[in-house]
Design a protein around this ligand. Sequence first.
Ligand code: PMP
Ligand code: GLN
Length: 378
Amino acid sequence: FSSKLPKVKTTIFTIMSALAQKNNAINLSQGFPNFECDELLKKMCNDAMVSGYNQYAPMAGVMELRSEISKKYESLYNSSYHPESEITVTVGATQAIFTVISAFIREQDEVILFKPAYDCYEPAIEVNGGKVIPIQLNRPNYSVNWEEVQRKISNRTKMIIINTPHNPSGAIFSESDMLKLQELTNGTDIILLSDEVYEHIVFDNALHESVCKYAGLKSRSFISASFGKTFHVTGWKVGYCCGPKELMKEFRKVHQFNVFSVHHPTQIALANYLKEPCHYLELNGFYQEKRDLFLDLIKGSKFEFSPSKGTYFQNLSFENITNEGDIDFAKRLVEDYKIASIPLSEFNENNRDDKMLRFCFAKKSETLRRAADILNLI
Ligand code: PMP
Ligand code: GLN
């Protein structure tokens, strides 16, 4: 047979986490916390199972959860998504993203993607016959060249995917980025997919710029989001998708035959947990402390960095350390130094020149200290 995705290999997250385990290394590669979620959230999930929420959930998600999500958009962004018709609960953001792309991308449709890009967008576009139009983000701050975007928008452009805060760079879009995007797509039918899984992890008093704050964008946009990042439960794989009614109707046509519905007891737990005082508001400070601790601990090392503006990732440049490629260097760090990271070029196969590794700081202080002790020796 001929592969529909000949370029695709096992993801770097799987490879590096397995390598970390094999070498008994500190794992700052794949992005997940090594501390527990709130006991109350676990209890709520357990209670939901004990109370009998063990059969299929409604296709679009538990209504109470959708209502809580809708309230969040009202209170944070003054933006309204109708829980009945404009919010769907998904198996993590990954499924939301795949479903948006499958529902809209046809053979030869063009999708503009900023590189480096998180790894799940491109295969989803290609398996649906779409064509990726890559745009390299400007170094060193990973900003967008909007003139290039303007040049690359064509009558085949079906979708633009944005991701703010951005994995892997930790960059965030400003209000002026959003206004530029709005101006360039105004009057077109281009659909926007805004991956906002790190919306509650933004530092130094910056504001998260959601597409839903911009009326001209919101009417053509989907948002993908993930409870995994927000409540320290990446293994629960529950997220959601928001979008205007007419677009969401198409999304659900695919969703209902792909997964139909999502794990029921976790949805009940998340709905109840969201009714508690809003912990996600504390997440910025919580992760900023971790970022600052990590950076303070390694400030004397040979690695160079500019502080991450959002997400729970920090990139470190190793330009002063070695001429090796980032993949080789990352592998050597696991094997010889017992510390695992992600080589940035894995998110950017056409540009493997970045001498940069991504480290996840969603870790206990003690883990960050042990990691820093190693990084300071390199
Ligand atoms: N988008 C980005 C930018 C991510 O970093 C991740 C997860 N690391 C996802 C989507 C997928 O989220 P989930 O685990 O909820 O599927
Ligand atoms: N999104 C996580 C990261 O960027 C990994 C998720 C996964 O392993 N697929 O590290």
